[in-house]
Ligand binder design. Sequence first.
Ligand code: ADP
Ligand code: MG
Length: 244
Amino acid sequence: MAILEVSNIIKQYKQYDEIITAVNRVSLKVEDGEFVAIIGPSGSGKSTLLHICAGLDKPNSGSVRIRGNEITAMNPDELARFRGIYVGFIFQKHNLIPQFTALENILIPTLMCNKPDFSYEEHLRKLVEALDIGDRLHHLPSELSGGQQQRVAIARALINRPQVLFADEPTGNLDRENAEEVLRLLLHTKELIGQTLIMVTHDMSIAERADKIYKMHNGELFLFRDEHGYRLNSYEDEAKKSKL
Ligand code: ADP
Ligand code: MG
């Protein structure tokens, strides 16, 4: 069974008298363990789509199933519990709580979801080691570098061992070297936990490492490069053709 099945998502915002269609009839299927990248210009709907897939936002219509569970139909309590167990999310700007230490930030999701047969200590130790943040755990976010903050945010997203990890431009605020390092760590922890990774990125050199690349344009989603490396007709090619 696919880990994520999205069908016919529409999300519209009303601004004054105008209706903005941020996500326009998007369907997407992601298999277990896949690494999917989503690229596209600013304002094309990438964040909106990712938030809807992760249950952080509701679509106007359409369906989102994670491991067969329809998340658009869940009430807020059900959804919070479900997300705690299945879903991790990494934001472009780490969103760490400034008054909490790195360790306290990492452990926040464990307060919302107590998986009965799951001991955090061993998993925490592995994550901390993989992300190389062992000596920063008792520091506040303001005392960490940008790369370290993002690594703490990754540990927080992974502490509940989610089956699917969404990341919205996780390297967008980092320099080349830190971006590479964060990507390497994400791929390493992906192997460690065996989860699925769905990442929005501006960075083509990062997108190229994914199994599949999708591109968003004006709220629509196109397959841009499949898992065999075939580049499919993009909307640009279609647009050129229609002008001829
Ligand atoms: P991207 O992540 O690709 O830059 P977004 O998903 O953030 O794009 O935005 C897609 C479109 O939806 C943009 O036109 C944006 O202005 C609009 N939009 C996003 N969130 C809101 C909101 N809360 N209210 C009104 N319009 C929004
Ligand atoms: Mg965005």
